[in-house]
Design a protein. Sequence first.
Length: 412
Amino acid sequence: MGHGAAVAPRRGRGQREATELAGAPAEVAPLPGAGLAVVGAAPPRVVRAPAAVCYARRMQVALQLIFQNYRGALSDAEHFAVERRIAELTEPLGFDKVFVVEHHFFDYAACPDNAQFLSWLAARTERIGLGTGAFILPWNDPLRVAEKIVLLDHLSNGRAVLGLGRGLARGEYAGFGVDMAESRDRFDEAARLVLEATDRGWMEGSGTYYPQPRTDIRPRPLRGFRDRLYAIGMSPDSVEQAARLGARLAIFSQIPWETWAATSLATYRRVWGETQAGTPPGPLTSDLMLCAPTDAEAADAARVHMAEYYLSVLDHYELTGAHFRGTRGYEMYAQASEVLSAIGKEDQAQMYLQVQSYGSPATILEKLRARRAAIGDFELAVIARYGSLPIERVEASLRLFAAEVLPELHRW
């Protein structure tokens, strides 16, 4: 966007479709206080994106950007250039949303300000939802989180999607000087403050960690985020808290779907029924994805690059370490570390591969149909860049997925 005269956002075909799916007409309003007139120019107009764009009727499919620079193979400048290149593919390829992680300090994943990255992407897109995947609340001031998501909503004409998480990496907690044992209480207190502030336009709280005198949020929220709210739930208490917040449960695919449905998903639905009105939304499942013309080609690449990613997860989060024992809120990880320690890493990686989305387009669709049969309706986020997978393979995989898998998913 240049300086000077205001430029009216275009309401393209994709935005009209999103409006129709959400069942709400887009509101077009004149821009107040328009400043200097431009001879021959049409009056400036603001397009407000439709409400409830996240919970449209058709299946929603997102691209998840994780910002992994595997083993530091690229300079930071090269790394971010690649991530920008991938991000700009999401809208023309037909994805519904993009989610961007928050991670700090390490090559495992480094995007210290996902709202800032999404603001850049907002200026280069018109239709897609722009999701924080997620704000890690114990590492952030909740007042700043509320300001950032509201500003992103304004800059994108209402396309911001709010995702919240608690964080797991000891190294990242240490960098911020935050005690991991406080993470559960910090998350719960901050989440309430953020949601209330974005509902009503001001924040006030007297909690233990974030005492806050009444302070206005400016710019004021266009609307609240409760109908476009996601919370990561990888541990039992985080699953329950997602339901209590009224958030869509978001997970990274790790265990067989029948097992997950009988445990975490059943808990989420039970707690939702105890604390919320209506039917719980289907979960968001985030997968590593590799789409290739043949199953053999995809499997050969997945066995290398998905395994690389899984092993980097074990290392970054120290999942076989003893530090989870006695750390409040991470009891499940202490139990998991004992199990993982008894299984060889290579065997773990192969088990992990079984729940990821790789294969020919037909095979990926078959896997996703089986998932739907096990867990019901769900949203999907695909991670296309991970490990040392070359950018050319990343882009080819995305384009094939978008051409032959995505249209079918949008009919579900």
